[in-house]
Structure formats: C-alpha cells, structure tokens
Design a protein around this ligand. Sequence first.
Ligand SMILES: Cc1cc2nc3c(=O)[nH]c(=O)nc-3n(C[C@H](O)[C@H](O)[C@H](O)COP(=O)(O)OP(=O)(O)OC[C@H]3O[C@@H](n4cnc5c(N)ncnc54)[C@H](O)[C@@H]3O)c2cc1C
Length: 438
Amino acid sequence: MADSPEVDVLVVGAGVLGVTLAYWLSTLYDCSIAMADLAPSAAMHTSSRNTGVIHRPYYLNPEKKRTFARTSLLSHPMWERLAKSAGFPWKTAGTFNIALEEEEVRVLEEYHRWGLANGMDGSELELMDGRGVASREPEVKCVAGILSKTDVSVDFGAFTRHIWRILLARGVRFLGGRRVVSAAKTGGKVVVALRDARGSSTLGCKFVINAAGGGALALANRLGFGSGYAQLNFRGEYWVVGEPFASRVSTNIYRPPKFPQYPFLDPHFVVRADGTRQIGPNAVAVPGPYVYSGAGLSKALSFLDRPVWPKARLFANGDFLTMVAGEWRSSLSKGAMCGRVRNFIPALRAGMLRSRAVFGVRCSVVDGSGFVPEAILLRGEGSAHIINYNSPGATGAPAFSAMVLDRLKRDGFLQGLRSRDAPSAIPGWDYRSVVARL
Ligand SMILES: Cc1cc2nc3c(=O)[nH]c(=O)nc-3n(C[C@H](O)[C@H](O)[C@H](O)COP(=O)(O)OP(=O)(O)OC[C@H]3O[C@@H](n4cnc5c(N)ncnc54)[C@H](O)[C@@H]3O)c2cc1C
C-alpha cells in the first residue's frame, strides 16, 4: 500500500455530474479537491455515450419527475452560455414527439400541460395534427405531434471535458485510471482504497462525493448506503443513417413510451450536434454498466448481487420479459431495429443504416416497487452518493449539482470547509441564482 495522502474532498467519477459538482465545490470553497475515475480521462462513459439532446421538460411528469424537470429547465441557459463562450456546437434542432394512434394524442396534450407546469414558455411548444407534422417533416407519418422547438443537440462529452480542464487549472488533482474499490470511515475521516494498473493506494479525505454513474450504487453499498436498491443495466445502441436520406429529416423524432414505468422507449430519429443523423437507442439488458459489446456473459452472475428480489420480481413479469426479448432482437438484427423506426418514417430502409454508432449503458435503480423515477441522493457523515442519475441527467447536471451542494451545505456536511466566492470561470454560471430558483 502506498502512503495515505489527505484531501478535503474526493469526488468519485469524472462524468458530467462529477465535474459540475467539483466545479461548484471549487467555486464555493477554498479546499483541496481530488477527482478519481477508473478511466484515464474525463467523460469516457455515459456522459459521452448518449443521445446528446438538451431536453426541455415537457415530457416529464411535474409530480413524479419534478427534480429532473426543474434542473433541466434551469440548466438550459447555463449550457447555452458555456457552448457559445467556448465555441461548441449548439444546434437547435427541436424535437417532435409523435402519436401513431388516436389514443396517444391525449399523451401529447398532457405533455403540453406538463411543459407549461414545468415552467416552459407557451411559445416553445406546438401541438399539431399529422398533416401539420408532415408539412415540416414530410418523411414522418403520424396522427399528431407536439413540437418542442427549443430542444438542442450538443456534445455533452465536450462540455464535460471543458469543465474538467477548468478544474485542472484550478488545482483539482485528477486521479485518472484509478478505480475506487472500497471506502471506510475511520477516526473522523474516510479512507478510500484505489486500484490502478500499477497496484493499490489509499487516500484519506474529510468527505467523499460519489458521482460514479454506473459504479455509484456498488460504492455506496460499501459505505453502508442504499442496501435496499438493486441496479439493472440497459445498453442503448445507435445506428448512423446514411445520406442522402438522413438529411431529409431535420428534427429529432421521439415517441411517447408505451410503458412509462420501464426504461424502454422506441428508438428515436436523432439529429446530432455535428449534423449527422442516427436512430436509437434501444434498451438491451446487459449484466454490467460497461458492457458495450456482446452479451457480457462473463458478468452474468452479477445478477445475483444482493438484493436480488427487486430484480427477480421484474424478471418474473411476462410484459417485462417480452420487452427484454424485443430489445435483444433489435440488437441482433439491423432489420428489426430499422423496423421500429419505419413505424413512423416509412421510407427508411435497413440498407440506409451505415454503421453502428457509439453505445451507452443506462444504469437504472430498482426497489421493491419497480424502477425508481428520480435520481437519489443518499448522505451521511463523511459521504454523499448520487445514484440512478439517468436521462435527462446530462441536461440537468449544472443545476442538479448545485442542488446537491446546497443540500449538503444546509445539512452541515461541508462545515469543516473554508468558504470562498471564486469568480465564475463559465459566463452565466451563478450558484446563488440557480439555487434560489430550484
Ligand atoms: C443511451 C443513453 C442516452 C442518453 N441520452 C441523453 C440525452 O439525450 N440527454 C440527457 O440529458 N441525458 C441523456 N442520457 C443520460 C445522461 O447521459 C446521464 O444522466 C449522464 O451522462 C450521467 O452522468 P454521470 O456523470 O452520472 O455518469 P458517467 O458519465 O458515467 O460518469 C461516471 C464516471 O464514474 C466513473 N466510475 C465508475 N465507478 C468508478 C469507481 N469505482 N471508481 C472510479 N471511477 C468510477 C466512470 O468511469 C465514469 O467516468 C442518456 C443516457 C444513456 C445511457
């Protein structure tokens, strides 16, 4: 074991959540901060492996998904300032959510109400019938649609790395390529054990913030948090749509979920920040958070990680199993994947899908009642853990992380740190004004 250096705060995970948390910490406190990530650099996992849409919160139930809705709304102008000041693409493609059957139209009407209840401006949303949709997107066949005009296509990976570079310039120590394998509270500090290619080391810290994405629940469990939760992992796969067909659709096309209680959406047609088009993601059940290819059979036993019963309960449900099988079908067969999008873009053909694109894995937390709808913040002396931080987590990260720090501050967990008020390194990112509007 190497020596045990000390830092005030260790942030585990250099995805969009970890870097925004460290950004606010380094703005508000004069303290030593380290970030550990099992990858050698920032944003190597979900934060670069997503659909890349800054979602407006029209499709989020204001009661069940209030935090995601609020933080998405507040973060939108913050990302815009970052993108424009740093010269990253900011492509206001807009998103159609479409109904293929009459009975789905009420879902779109509900979306309209939710958007307004979540603070969107009426001018951002427009309900239209199938002909209205076709007048804007002639390749799309549906009975009705709601257009969210202010959805934006971006590169969240680039945003994350930009903030990470600001952190390095501020003196945050980055421990890349190091997996946090365990942590224990001893004598007023948390001692974290890290492993890298060369061996093991330990790090003592006053406080650990666990923003480890797909690894967050396992780490929380090691510090005695979240034992009633289990995790299921769903790989979202995309295909690149070739030209000349791709450019014939210029808005994101989404469908409302058939079973909102499960994380299965029909794949969307997506306009990327660089102007390319893709279809995806599906939601293929895999046994680990980083199973980006194959079935990950070597990790299959992880299904038996405790607690087993919330997972077993789902897998005993016939509807759930049918969906799991359908998602695997669209993983194995390009034609099956294409067929799901042809339901609303009939001219699309499997031959137009040129290559597979970058995949991401959604790590969903389940408890005895099924999938948990919101992110969960678990906290106690010495550590805080954010689990189930799923879509639209990339959209909402700047405001969500400000909310987390505000809660930790108010609960007295950051008392030992010396406050400061560093000037914001990102134009328009003002902690107090975000927190006041949460
Ligand atoms: C297919 C898909 C599409 C999505 N589309 C969108 C979208 O369009 N818009 C949107 O807003 N959101 C979207 N999301 C959600 C969004 O991408 C995530 O909510 C967000 O990226 C999560 O960020 P994170 O920092 O928590 O996780 P990550 O980016 O995964 O970061 C966690 C980090 O922790 C590290 N780590 C894990 N375990 C350990 C350990 N033990 N020790 C050290 N390091 C560890 C990992 O290496 C990783 O870098 C999508 C997600 C998926 C899967």
